[in-house]
Design a protein around this ligand. Structure first.
Ligand code: HEC
Ligand code: HEC
Length: 237
């Protein structure tokens, strides 16, 4: 009933691709100093390898009240999980569980999950089709320009470089999908990256092998740019 792989399943990383995040760090610019600190929980090796979408469908029942029955949440502050890549979902669940991504709602949800639960849930949500709200007609055109071109003068790269032309992310590198993501949630995450509160710990900006990338980018965005680009990605399919 549920496909065993995500829509992007063919791009799942091979064994060891996520080990210590070395390959992901190498794939992004200027992350040489972002070594996986001791505080960083082990990044999941490869949820596609042993995760079962069918087992995940049962385990996901407790998530549906907030994230929606197929991972398409109805509450704009709750992220859409449908179609998100499994590597990223699993990574973030480990981070909530370890308290590195502090969130009073998600920490208790993640604390009781085993590694197998996390892999099953990640593969289940990755296999669902994202649906949702359209882009806001007032903002998405400015948002598209930023998404595609960035602003070289201020050192803002186009989001497309890592999140992809359709916002599907990069499963092999663990870069999250943004397609159809709730714009309210996107703005809140950009603000958290910009003010350094998305992760806790001794060096919050390097909490994950990839996180320093978004801290640097988000700091350079104006509130209007965050609003515009969030509106654009909400409409991406
Ligand atoms: C009571 C509501 C609620 C429930 C139940 C819930 N979540 Fe969440 N979840 C949230 C909220 C709110 C956030 C956003 C946290 C933030 O702003 O950082 C979130 C974030 C997440 C994220 C991070 C998404 C991203 O794009 O970074 C994942 C993954 C996730 N939840 C998975 C789950 C799973 C799996 C379950 C079930 C085991 C679950 N959640 C149950 C409210 C909930
Ligand atoms: C060089 C690669 C790269 C570029 C360019 C990039 N991102 Fe990201 N983005 C990432 C990575 C990697 C993450 C996950 C970081 C982490 O570990 O927290 C991420 C995470 C995010 C998240 C959080 C997603 C979630 O589900 O919680 C948002 C929102 C986001 N990026 C928006 C943007 C926007 C908007 C732009 C363009 C202005 C952009 N990104 C440019 C790599 C990139």
């Amino acid at each position: 009933m549920f496909p065993a792989v995500s829509r992007a399943g063919t791009a799942a990383p091979g064994p060891g691709a996520q080990a210590a995040g070395a390959s992901a760090a190498a794939a992004g610019p200027a992350t040489a100093t972002a070594s996986p600190a001791a505080a960083t929980p082990a990044v999941t090796a490869d949820p596609y390898a042993d995760g079962s979408a069918q087992a995940g469908a049962t385990k996901a029942a407790v998530c549906f009240s907030c994230h929606g029955p197929d991972g398409n949440s109805q509450n704009p502050a709750f992220p859409r999980l449908a179609g998100q890549n499994a590597v990223y979902i699993a990574q973030q669940l480990h981070l909530f569980k370890a308290g590195v991504r502090p969130n009073p709602v998600m920490q208790p949800m993640a604390s009781g999950l085993s590694d197998q639960d996390i892999d099953d849930l990640a593969v289940f949500f990755a296999a669902q089709t994202p649906q949702g709200l359209e882009a806001d007609p007032s903002y998405w055109q400015a948002g598209r320009a930023l998404y595609l071109q960035g602003d070289a003068k201020r050192g803002v790269p186009g989001c497309v470089a890592c999140h992809g032309p359709l916002g599907r992310g990069n499963p092999a590198a663990g870069y999250p999908a943004l397609e159809a993501q709730q714009s309210v949630y996107v703005v809140s995450q950009l603000q958290q990256y910009a003010n350094g509160t998305r992760y806790s710990g001794t060096d919050a900006t390097t909490a994950t092998p990839n996180s320093s990338i978004m801290f640097d980018i988000a700091k350079r965005l104006t509130p209007e740019e965050m609003r515009d680009v969030a509106s654009y990605v909400q409409g991406l399919r």
